[in-house]
Design a binder for this molecule. Structure first.
Ligand code: FES
Length: 169
């Protein structure tokens, strides 16, 4: 007897589940149109949600000037972390020199790690991916952060340090 005749012509799985490859890979016009409608519908809903969210929850703005601390509370080269009522954003006040005061959001603009001021290096540093910022401008000096640190206006009045929204020129 010929050995070739003993072997089945198709593997067992093809006999049990007969699926034609061409049919299985075919995408009908109707299926393609359905897919396009779902994708564009999803994008339209997403854009609508962003627009509604901006109206319902406008970004936090500081009203007027907010007291942070007394000038004597921060040594030269020191920092003072603080928060402002109405937001959970952490802020940091920096005093790199006797008469220099700067305030920034304390969240890195890369992936939101907490930044800190290093008087030794004279920079604001992000420990997560070694991002550095200029303590006097908030500009990115090194690393992956895509934007400068958001800065607040610092006002000194009667020995007190106050912060306000950045002045627009
Ligand atoms: S989170 Fe700050 S550099 Fe990546």
């Amino acid at each position: 007897m010929n050995e070739k005749n003993l072997l089945p012509s198709k593997p067992a799985y093809e006999v049990d589940f007969p699926i034609e490859r061409v049919e299985a890979e075919h995408v009908s016009r109707r299926e393609f149109a359905k897919f396009l409608c779902l994708v564009s519908g999803g994008m339209a809903v997403g854009s609508g949600w962003v627009a509604v969210k901006d109206r319902l929850f406008p970004p936090f703005r500081i009203r007027g000037e907010v007291f942070v601390c007394r000038t004597g509370d921060v040594v030269v080269g020191g920092t003072h972390p603080f928060q402002i009522e109405g937001t959970k954003m952490p802020y940091i006040l920096i005093r790199p020199a006797e008469d220099e005061w700067y305030a920034y959001e304390q969240k890195c603009t890369h992936l939101s790690c907490a930044v800190f001021y290093s008087p030794k290096h004279g920079k604001i540093e992000c420990p997560c991916h070694n991002g550095w910022f200029d303590p006097r401008t908030g500009a990115v000096l090194q690393g992956p952060p895509p934007r400068p640190l958001p800065r607040l206006t610092v006002v000194i009045k009667g020995g007190g340090i106050y912060v306000a929204e950045p002045r627009t020129v």
